[in-house]
Ligand binder design. Structure first.
Ligand code: ATP
Ligand code: MG
Length: 408
């Protein structure tokens, strides 16, 4: 892609009133635009990053048997009344009336919608388990939408739902999803912990949050410095410095300013009982399905990455989610077009700075946009290419083939 054609251009100044780093940098670099508090456009480069995040999520969902589909965002009031959430979730739901006075909610989650699908399509134990997911918009009337794209009032979520014949089967799958989520956040490159939390409908089971450390977020949790024990602030009964209640060897530490990027919930039969989602089991008995739901916010993931990976000049993407593989900077006398075409032929996704602006402007834009590898061609580099990684001060002169080898 030619940089001269990218929409929109970068900006020198952060938008007025922007407080968080992801807000400032992603707007300046041209990844997102704010329509109003909590409402964002994913601009072409931002959308590219989110699609890369989504593809990683999709691969891991498919690997555990998830089937992708797409559900509606406009929901009738009646379906939310079946579980009582029309009233219970009043604060978070956007509600509206059409011209015939019929009432609707904009989706803030999809459990009820999946339950409706299941009761129309599940007859016997042979129809289970079911594991379906979608990527779609969620609407939530968030009281404080000040942390940039970390907290939208309209945002993207990948939500997976699973239904099972028994508690045992549900919990086995729940563990699989937990592992798949860990894989996703490892592939994305995060330093994260799996943290026990409340919020499920079982009294004897936790839900699990995936919390990214040192991310300027709003959450706090406690963890053991030796084993995998971690609980969020809302449920942990101890304090920093305590002996770990799980391994009895390590000590409890506090992690604050963390960001929740994922959350999984074992929901049991609570929804099935209220929405009458039953199946006929092997023994002929009629039983409610066991249900779980599992969410990740890809737009929050993008913002979280910026919070944990930037410097005072801009974003530092990693290869997994960078909008391009390399940023090719053409300076006077450099063979920009030729190098661009050759890199493309190698299957490398290149952003080619073909603009007629000063070298200083090109370099500062490259730092702001944050593509992990920067290549420079100029009179000085001759038939070689200067190769530099974002976040490192070192650069080296390499031949074309060496560059390609390093990129692959
Ligand atoms: P929080 O506690 O941060 O408000 P939540 O616990 O209400 O989030 P969930 O219902 O668990 O959120 O949603 C699943 C995932 O969706 C979250 O882990 C997060 O990645 C994402 N998410 C939730 N709310 C938002 C939001 N307002 N903007 C962007 N992403 C969000
Ligand atoms: Mg949550």
């Amino acid at each position: 892609m030619k940089q001269s054609q990218i929409f929109p251009k970068t900006r020198k100044e952060a938008p007025k009133g922007a407080e968080s780093i992801n807000h400032k940098l992603l707007v300046r670099a041209g990844f997102i635009d704010q329509l109003m508090a909590g409402s964002w456009t994913l601009l072409p480069m931002g959308f590219k990053v989110v699609q890369k995040i989504n593809q990683i999520i999709r691969e891991e969902m498919n690997a555990i048997g998830g089937q992708e589909m797409l559900m509606p965002l406009l929901h009738p009031k009646e379906i939310w009344n079946e579980t009582g959430r029309w009233d219970k979730a009043d604060e978070i739901m956007y509600k509206l009336k059409d011209s015939r006075e019929k009432e609707y909610a904009l989706s803030f989650t999809h459990e009820e919608i999946v339950m409706d699908l299941l009761r129309k399509n599940i007859r016997s134990y042979t129809d289970l388990p079911v594991s379906v997911y979608h990527f779609s918009t969620k609407f939530r009337n968030e009281p404080r939408a000040r942390s940039g794209i970390l907290r939208g009032r309209e945002f993207m979520m990948k939500d997976l739902y699973s239904a099972h014949i028994s508690e045992e089967d549900l919990m086995k799958y729940y563990e699989k999803v937990k592992e798949a989520y860990s894989k996703i956040f490892r592939r994305l490159g995060f330093n994260f912990k799996v943290v026990e939390a409340s919020g499920g409908v079982f009294t004897d089971k936790f839900t699990h949050e995936f919390q990214v450390l040192d991310a300027n977020g709003e959450d706090t949790f406690y963890y053991c410095d030796k084993c995998d024990f971690a609980q969020n602030k809302e449920i942990f009964a101890g304090k920093t410095g305590d002996i770990c209640p799980k391994c009895r060897k390590g000590y409890i530490k506090e992690a604050d300013k963390t960001v929740e990027v994922g959350n999984i919930f074992p929901l049991g039969t609570w929804y099935a009982e209220r929405m009458r989602v039953y199946f006929i089991d092997r023994d002929g008995g009629k039983k409610p399905v066991w249900f779980g739901s599992y969410g990740i916010g890809p737009t929050r993931v993008m913002g979280t990455w910026v919070e944990v990976s930037h410097d005072d000049r801009g974003v530092i993407w990693n290869r997994a989610i960078s909008p391009f593989d390399v940023h090719l900077i053409e300076l006077p006398g450099g063979s920009g077009k030729d190098t661009y075409e050759k890199l493309k032929k190698e299957g490398i996704d290149v952003l080619w700075d073909d603009r007629e602006v000063s070298p200083g402007e090109k370099f500062s834009d490259a730092d702001l946009i944050g593509i992990p590898v920067r290549l420079v061609v100029s009179t000085k580099t001759g038939d070689k290419i200067e190769y530099k990684e974002r976040g490192s001060e070192k650069s080296e002169l390499l031949g074309f083939d060496e560059v390609v080898r390093k990129l692959k």
